[in-house]
Design a protein around this ligand. Structure first.
Ligand code: 9MR
Length: 383
């Protein structure tokens, strides 16, 4: 069992990954049917996030590992940049765009025949916007200035990639989890918290008329998300009433258990509430995507076998319900292997064991969660 704790954990995982990197072929004992083939047989598409180096992050990213890239190419037909298309990555300053890292991943995806989703044209929380924007003086005509900055960003990014990106997370996480209200940021005094969302979708439709335009958020099953779900419904309904060009809701699907067992929600009432939510969203004429699936095992017992079984069961319960909606066509994991998962850094386990919330372990060996994904995809009603 690999331990994960800050820098020593990073070194430990690095060692494991060197050993994994020696394998460049698909090992004979890996699953015969790829997840993308299983998904395709049901009219679905399967994919994953992939990240390159991120300055100042403790997280490890798999793009530099040939074995991990081979795994992604084998299992996936969709790809999304984990970080490289965010404002913080693309916009070192107001007057500069930096596309090198985003381009590299996109080019690799294309050589492998993968389609890339774009994430994200506006992440509303100030924490994930660049410091220069958070501190910006919008001048004497602030509404015009704010509109111009948002428009320029969306125009430049979408036009650079054109039809190479056919689906965009236009706006990410506008709704505050705690109270269901929209998040304030540097744009909100000038454009409004709702207004900036609407504008972002209008600009995206103007400059990427070919693309599927998605609102992406992490509201999930369970009581923990009651206000969050209500806030998302209110936002989507508001956008619809104003005829804003929104096509789909991205369900991030970071499922799992919290300390009080409330996070993921399993059991009758939680599942009914989740269906009610999905019914309302699809009732608005919106499509669904699973955009960032993984399972947090932060509060599960240490024993590896039991933990893996529980992780698979939590994941499968969520997938079975959610995949029953034929309006859902795309399923993406937020990373395919534990060594490269954000879960190791955000909310680590108190026993410092590596979290096991993705389909493959740190040696790139498949786990019960991979089987659960395969089974859920197989059981999905055909599209
Ligand atoms: O996994 C991503 C991590 O490497 C970044 O540090 C972080 C901030 O940019 O974002 C993580 O990805 C998030 C995604 O962009 C939006 N939904 C939640 C994801 C996990 O935090």
């Amino acid at each position: 069992m690999a331990a994960f704790s800050g820098l020593s954990g990073v070194a430990g995982i690095a060692g494991l990954s060197t050993c994994a990197s020696a394998q460049t072929d698909w090992p004979a004992d890996w699953p015969a049917d790829s997840l993308k083939a299983i998904a395709r047989s049901r009219g679905l598409r399967f994919g994953s996030a992939l990240g390159g180096q991120e300055p100042e992050s403790q997280q490890r990213f798999g793009f530099a590992d040939p074995a991990y890239r081979a795994l992604i190419a084998r299992e996936c037909e969709l790809l999304v940049h984990e970080n490289e298309m965010k404002w913080q990555a693309l916009r070192p300053s107001r007057d500069r765009f930096e596309f090198t890292r985003a381009d590299a991943i996109l080019q690799w995806a294309e050589t492998q025949g993968l389609s890339t989703r774009g994430h994200t044209l506006l992440w509303q929380a100030p924490r994930w916007l660049p410091a220069w924007l958070n501190q910006l003086d919008f001048g004497s005509t602030p509404v015009k200035a704010a509109e111009a900055i948002l428009r320029e960003h969306i125009r430049t990014v979408t036009q650079r990639y054109g039809r190479r990106i056919m689906s965009w997370d236009v706006v990410n996480e506008s709704v505050a989890h705690e109270d269901g209200e929209l998040r304030a940021n540097a744009f909100s005094p000038h454009l409004g918290t709702f207004g900036q969302v609407e504008l972002a979708f209008r600009y995206a439709a103007e400059y990427a008329p070919h693309a599927e335009l998605v609102y992406n958020d992490y509201m999930g099953m369970g009581r923990y998300f009651i206000k969050h779900r209500a806030g998302v419904l209110k936002l989507l309904d508001g956008l619809r009433k104003r005829d804003a060009p929104v096509h789909a809701l991205g369900l991030q699907a970071h499922v799992g258990t919290s300390a009080n067992g409330e996070w993921s929600g399993r059991g009758g009432e939680d599942e009914r509430e989740w269906r009610r939510f999905l019914d309302e969203v699809t009732g608005m004429g919106l499509k669904l995507l699973i955009t960032e699936f993984d399972v947090s095992d932060q509060h599960l017992l240490a024993d590896t076998a039991r933990r893996d079984t529980e992780v698979a069961a939590i994941g499968k319960a969520f997938l079975d319900i959610t995949l029953s909606y034929r309006q859902l066509r795309d399923v993406l994991c937020w990373g395919m292997a534990d060594a490269y998962s954000w879960l190791q850094v955000f909310g680590p386990r108190t026993d410092q064991l590596m979290k096991r919330g993705t389909p493959y372990d740190a040696h790139l060996q498949p786990k019960p969660l991979r089987q659960a994904l395969a089974a859920a995809l197989r059981a999905a009603p055909p599209r």
